[in-house]
Design a protein around this ligand. Structure first.
Ligand code: FAD
Length: 456
């Protein structure tokens, strides 16, 4: 007998969803094209670590996975801006102690989730099973066993496509005109580089990081940037985001000399911390980025797309996976409370599509902020003003970054709408108060009126 739910893709989203459904007593078959990650070394070329924030954590807590992950998290309390020559500026993400984001190894996260799924009797976890096609009308899945190439067809009752940005489940829906999808590719690519831990000096027991560990490091350079997230072993994973073509670009960095010179000129302190920069640059893959737009995620209570399969986004808000985890939480609750699976699927699509569109847009906007505007005096002044408004009017004014990262009770779409109204308040206040000091009481009073006007 086929189990209630078949999930294609045992990435983080598919596995977490399997765990949530199994906790409600549902039987789940989880199919993954790759071999068991617990037996194989991590694949190169995918992001090595991720920033986990409140939305993702809420879903992991619901599945009771957080205690297993907690030892592997490195908290990041803010952005550390590098001017490229050793000059540093730290900008806190939030005003409260718990308003931090967490760096976690993608591989560790996957292994912990897979292990938890493997321990659950209601989850039938199968590796090396590649989905080739899905026929919704006959509720049949075409699979290939990657170990011997054998193909087979399997029936399903409900199919959940969590097979990532290149989803075969989505492709099957598109082929049958059940959905339409297109990707807006970014003209900027990325490449990851490892900044190794510093050799610990004699008598030193703790791991030595090349830079402050509890921060997300950014080297903003206008139309490109380098960022680095800490790992638990003292290393950082740095990511260079750079145009594909033009000057400078991945295309223009043709040889080791050009690479070293480019890093030396723009990210000198990072260049000094990566002794084998040229070799890493030559060996590590260059990844593409884009935003996926898919107009229909579900068909008649039978098939549903979620996570990157439904809405892959650019990584500049650190929310792709957080959004996918939030999908799991929302779908799990809807399946528990709606009258039928079809009603739950429909409601999920209606509810989540505006949120996915909102975070996709905010993630693109954040690229310009991270690589460019974050450097300006105006940005720091506006941030101070926003922080003061948040202190004076708690609950009425919350910086947009905080709404997205630390307020899972607010949807992405709501964060985007409130964020736009707050921008208008900040625009008006910047004219009234140009100094760096605290808001005079008279201006604070005008702020209250501006917030009222914006319905905040
Ligand atoms: C450079 C970069 C940095 C990022 N940083 C962050 C960050 O800081 N924070 C954040 O929240 N997000 C981040 N993201 C986004 C995040 O990586 C994705 O949103 C997340 O991995 C999506 O999870 P998923 O399970 O939906 O898809 P995936 O992680 O892609 O998993 C899909 C799974 O399905 C399997 N699969 C694929 N096809 C088939 C098939 N035909 N049959 C069977 N199995 C299949 C795959 O092998 C894989 O295991 C980043 C992305 C990039 C590129």
């Amino acid at each position: 007998m086929s189990p209630g739910f078949t999930i294609v893709g045992a990435g983080p989203v598919g596995t977490l969803l399997a765990l949530l459904l199994a906790r409600r007593g549902r039987r789940v078959r989880l199919l993954e094209r790759r071999a068991d990650p617990r037996d194989t070394p991590p694949e190169r070329g995918r992001s090595i670590n991720l920033a986990l924030a409140a939305r993702g954590i809420a879903a992991l807590e619901q599945a009771q996975i957080m205690p297993r992950l907690a030892p592997h998290l490195v908290p990041m309390a803010g952005r550390m801006l590098h001017d490229g020559h050793g000059g540093l500026t730290f900008l806190r993400y939030g005003q409260r102690a718990h308003e931090v984001i967490h760096s976690i190894s993608r591989e560790r996260l996957n292994r912990v989730l897979i292990q938890a799924a493997a321990e659950h009797a209601a989850i039938d976890l199968q590796f090396s099973q590649r989905c080739l096609d899905v026929d919704v009308a006959s509720a049949t899945l075409q699979l290939r066993d990657e170990r011997d190439g054998a193909r087979r067809a399997e029936r399903f009752e409900a199919l959940l496509g969590a097979d990532g940005a290149g989803s075969q489940v989505r492709a099957a829906l598109v082929r049958r005109a059940l959905s339409r999808a297109h990707e807006d590719e970014l003209a900027h690519d990325y490449k990851e580089l490892v900044i190794p831990a510093r050799a610990a000096s004699v008598g030193q027991t703790t791991t030595a990081y090349a830079f402050e560990p509890q921060a997300l490091h950014i080297w903003p350079q206008g139309d490109h940037m380098l960022i680095a997230l800490p790992n638990t072993d003292g290393s950082f994973t740095a990511t260079l985001f750079l145009p594909r073509d033009g000057e400078p670009s991945f295309h223009s960095l043709r040889d080791a000399h050009a690479v070293r010179g480019f890093f030396q000129q723009r990210f000198a302190d990072a260049a000094a911390a990566i002794p084998d920069l040229e070799a890493q640059f030559a060996q590590h893959p260059q990844g593409r980025l884009g935003t996926l737009h898919c107009d229909r995620w579900q068909v008649d209570g039978r098939v549903m797309l979620l996570g990157d399969a439904a809405h892959a986004i650019v990584p500049f808000h650190g929310q792709g996976l957080n959004c996918g985890f939030e999908d799991c939480l929302v779908l799990d609750r809807l399946l528990a409370h709606e009258q039928s699976r079809a009603a739950a699927f429909e409601r999920f699509e209606r509810q989540r599509q505006p949120d996915a569109a909102a975070i996709a847009a905010m993630a693109l906007e954040n690229y310009a902020e991270m690589r460019d505007t974050v450097r300006s005096a105006g940005f720091a002044r506006r941030q101070r003003l926003a922080a003061e408004l948040e202190r004076r009017f708690p609950g009425r004014f919350i910086p947009r970054y905080s709404m997205v990262m630390f307020h899972p009770e607010m949807t992405y779409a709501e964060a985007q709408r409130r964020g736009a109204r707050q921008e208008r308040v900040l625009d008006a206040l910047e004219v009234l108060h140009q100094g760096a000091g605290p808001l005079p009481d008279s201006v604070a009073e005008q702020s209250r009126r501006l917030l009222d006007e914006q319905g905040l």
